[in-house]
Design a protein around this ligand. Structure first.
Ligand code: AMP
Length: 277
C-alpha cells in the first residue's frame, strides 16, 4: 500500500482516503464522492476496509460485526474508488498474539467524555489504527463522517498535535428516509427495533425545536429528552450530552449552535447520532 501511495505521490496525484470498517452503505459512498471531489479526476481515491480489533471493548460486537467484502467491492467500483485496502489482523498487528504490539497513539483531551466514557479503550484503538493507516496510505486528504462527531474531533486533534500533513474533511450524516442515520450496525435491529430507532433523530429534532425561541438549561433538556425517549419502549438511553462543537466541553445552557450527541441501546445494539441544534 505504501509503495503504491509513493508511486502516486511521485506522479503528482493527490491521494484521498476514506477509512471504514466495511459493510458499506450510502453514507460511506458519500464520503468517497467527497474524497473524489477533493483530489480531482486524476487523483487517487483509497478506501480501507478493516474491522479494527483494538477499538472494540471485550464485551462488544467485534466477532459479529457485519461483513460482506464482495458487495463492498462492487459498491467501491461503482463509486470510482481506485484502490480498496483490506489488510488482515496479522498484517496490521504483527505479533499481537505474543503481546508484541507495544505502541499506541492516544488523544487525551477530546476522547474523555461521551463515547470515551461509555467505551473506555475505544478512542485509543481508533487513533492508533488511523495513525497506522495514514502512514500506509499517505493521503493528502482524509474524509470522515459527522455521524461519529467525537471521532472526527479526536482525529483532527491527533493530526494537529502530531503534525500529520493531511487535510481532514468531515462530511454530513447520510440518513434513511425516516431520518435514522445510516450505520452498518442498523443491520442488527429487528423490525420492531428498527421502527423505534428513529427516536434518536426525533430527539435531535425535538431539542432543535425546543431551543429555537430561548436557551434552555441543559439539566431541563436532559430530563425532557430522557422522558421523550421512553416513548420508544425498546430504547435504553446510554447518554445525552450538550456541548461546544469545537472544544466538546459540556454547556449549562442549550441554545442554537450547541452540539447535541446521544447514544441509545436497542437490545445489544448501540446506536449514536448527533446534530448542531
Ligand atoms: P465505519 O465503517 O462505521 O467505521 O465508518 C467509516 C466512516 O464512515 C466514518 O468516518 C463514519 O463517520 C462514516 N459514516 C458512518 N455512517 C455514516 C453516515 N450515515 N453518513 C456519513 N458518514 C458516515
Amino acid at each position: 500500500m505504501q509503495k503504491l501511495a509513493r508511486q502516486q505521490n511521485r506522479k503528482g496525484s493527490k491521494i484521498g482516503f476514506v477509512p471504514t470498517m466495511g459493510y458499506l452503505h450510502a453514507g460511506h459512498v458519500s464520503l468517497v464522492h467527497e474524497a473524489r471531489k477533493r483530489v480531482g479526476k486524476n487523483g487517487f481515491v483509497v478506501v480501507s476496509i478493516y474491522v479494527n480489533p483494538t477499538q472494540f471493548g471485550p464485551n462488544e460486537d467485534l466477532s459479529r460485526y457485519p461483513r460482506d467484502l464482495k458487495r463492498d467491492l462492487t459498491m467501491c467500483r461503482a463509486a470510482g474508488v481506485n484502490v480498496v485496502f483490506t489488510p488482515s489482523d496479522p498484517e496490521m498487528y504483527p505479533g499481537k498474539q505474543e503481546n508484541r504490539h507495544c505502541t499506541y497513539v492516544s488523544e487525551e483531551c477530546l476522547s474523555r467524555g461521551m463515547e470515551g466514557s461509555s467505551r473506555p479503550t475505544h478512542f485509543r484503538g481508533v487513533t492508533t489504527v488511523v495513525a497506522k493507516l495514514f502512514n500506509l496510505v499517505l493521503p493528502d486528504v482524509a474524509v470522515f463522517g459527522q455521524k461519529d462527531f467525537q471521532q472526527a474531533a479526536v482525529i483532527r486533534r491527533m493530526v494537529r498535535d502530531l503534525n500529520f500533513p493531511i487535510r481532514i474533511v468531515v462530511a454530513p450524516t447520510h440518513r434513511e428516509p425516516d431520518g435514522l442515520a445510516m450505520s452498518s450496525r442498523n443491520k442488527y435491529l429487528n423490525p420492531e427495533e428498527r421502527a423505534q430507532a428513529v427516536i434518536l433523530f426525533h430527539a435531535l429534532q425535538a431539542a432543535s425545536a425546543g431551543v429555537r425561541k430561548k436557551a434552555v438549561p441543559a439539566s431541563q433538556m436532559l430530563k425532557d429528552l430522557s422522558a421523550f425517549i421512553t416513548v420508544a419502549p425498546l430504547a435504553r438511553l446510554d447518554y445525552i450530552e450538550f456541548f461546544d462543537p469545537e472544544t466538546l466541553t459540556p454547556v449549562d445552557k442549550v441554545k442554537p449552535g450547541t452540539q447535541m450527541a446521544l447514544a441509545v441501546f436497542f437490545g445489544k445494539t448501540r446506536l449514536i447520532d448527533n446534530a448542531r441544534l
